[in-house]
Design a protein around this ligand. Sequence first.
Ligand SMILES: C[S@@+](CC[C@H](N)C(=O)[O-])C[C@H]1O[C@@H](n2cnc3c(N)ncnc32)[C@H](O)[C@@H]1O
Length: 190
Amino acid sequence: MKRITLAETTHFIIKEHLQAGDIAIDATLGNGHDCLFLAECVGSTGHVYGFDIQTQALESTRQRLHDLNAAPVTLIRANHADMRHYIPEAEQGHISAIMFNLGYLPGTDKSIMTQTQTTLQAIEVACDLLASQGLVTVMAYPGHAGGDEETRSLQAWVQNVEFKRFSVETHFSQHHQESAPRLFVIRKLT
Ligand SMILES: C[S@@+](CC[C@H](N)C(=O)[O-])C[C@H]1O[C@@H](n2cnc3c(N)ncnc32)[C@H](O)[C@@H]1O
């Protein structure tokens, strides 16, 4: 039987949630797979904002989106902790889904990776930008140096989330080990 990966689980959850015309954010563009997926979900009447600190990630994403006949995408080279400054005020509080896929850009300099402090800041901002019932997904990788501390901090953060305003589910890999990736799904309740 084919195993469902956490990446597939993330896409399944988001696809169930997003509708044509929605606004979404990819907070870590990387090679643009998630950005393309979001753009297809929200369709030509929606909009996707994508963030990454590396020019190379924006370039890879741009190439991946080349033949896209779907949502307009705005690619922004910036730290996701600052994303609020790039989202029009009228759209703040109206974002339907925000994806984080933490870590480093595969095949490049592994020292350029997400950092605990800015990741937590960015997730706080993301929660603020969400529409009511909107969701933030965070794929975390405790199996590499730095990713372990980042995942522990995230775990602590989700345990202290304001339960009246948000619910959090954690999904583990099928053969769960401490070092295996995990997916946090944060839903805004009000
Ligand atoms: C695992 S990759 C993302 C994979 C991507 N979602 C995809 O579909 O290909 C993580 C990305 O996060 C980016 N990144 C690291 N720190 C960041 C930050 N503070 N703000 C925005 N992006 C960051 C890295 O440059 C890297 O491209």
